[in-house]
Design a protein around this ligand. Structure first.
Ligand SMILES: Nc1ncnc2c1ncn2[C@@H]1O[C@H](COP(=O)(O)OP(=O)(O)OP(=O)(O)O)[C@@H](O)[C@H]1O
Length: 239
């Protein structure tokens, strides 16, 4: 069974349409959701989280319709749609004390474990953290209620190449621990490095949705990397 299944998702803005998107997030997989600026990644992710109201389509998690079970489902998923800018002058431990009240599924052991995995000091305030540490703090909050699925909108944007690499290693570690991840990016090397499945979106339409090896077989010409293939496809679409 898919952990998350999206069928025919639609959302129209005055100058943009997300049209009939269908894809799945399966257990034990990391899905890289790639597309250039304005392709529709954030609209898709926000629709999946109830932060944008779709015009049509079905969104199920754990076999349950999101529209009818949002509260229950959100106890089992972690998400981040941007840097945490709230409470910049409160200590991490104080922010956590408030956050844990919202989750019946909060798990102190998991919280301590991720705090140590991410090497975060809970006596620090977000304003004292680097961009990379802030992303990790975001992940800490998203994971401490034992999330089975992590949905992240452009978690690597704004990170230097070293912090980005470190974050992708953390994704691989989380996958080993049984967390399935969907993350959006416009950086193709993120996908090459750690995605099992690739969703490629352009102008609100899904261009390709394959396991990485099948993406190579179906979309890459001889000797081409995934990055080169995507650049070629983008160029030919813009002619
Ligand atoms: N609230 C809104 N009202 C009107 N148009 C919107 C709204 N939100 C997004 N759009 C438009 O929808 C399109 C897709 O935006 P979206 O943020 O989903 O793309 P994206 O792939 O996440 O891009 P980026 O990588 O730049 O974040 C854009 O043209 C954007 O201007």
């Amino acid at each position: 069974m898919a952990l998350c299944e999206i069928k025919n998702l639609r959302k129209t803005y005055p100058s943009f349409t997300l049209s009939e998107l269908s894809f799945q997030l399966n257990a034990g997989r990391i899905v890289g959701f790639i597309g250039r600026n304005g392709a529709g990644k954030t609209t898709t992710i926000k629709s999946m989280l109830g932060l944008v109201h779709p015009d049509g389509g079905e969104i199920d998690y754990f076999g349950l319709p999101f529209s009818q079970h949002e509260k229950q489902i959100k106890q089992r998923i972690g998400y981040s749609t941007g840097a945490v800018n709230y409470y910049p002058k409160r200590k991490i431990k104080d922010i956590v004390a408030v956050t844990r009240m919202f989750f019946d599924t909060w798990n102190e052991e998991a919280y301590r474990e991720y705090l140590s995995l991410f090497a975060l000091d809970e006596s620090k305030m977000p304003s004292e953290l680097s961009e990379g540490m802030r992303v990790k703090f975001n992940l800490l909050l998203a994971l401490s209620h034992k999330s089975e699925i992590l949905i992240l909108d452009e978690p690597t944007s704004g990170l230097d190449p070293f912090s980005r690499d470190e974050l992708l290693d953390i994704f691989a570690e989380l996958k080993k621990r049984g967390v399935s991840i969907l993350f959006s990016t416009h950086i193709t090397s993120d996908i090459e490095k750690c995605a099992d499945d690739i969703l490629y979106i352009r102008d609100g339409k899904l261009v390709a949705s394959y396991p990485k090896e099948d993406f190579r077989k179906n979309c890459c010409e001889a000797g081409e990397s995934i990055e080169e293939a995507i650049l070629r496809m983008e160029r030919s679409a813009n002619i």
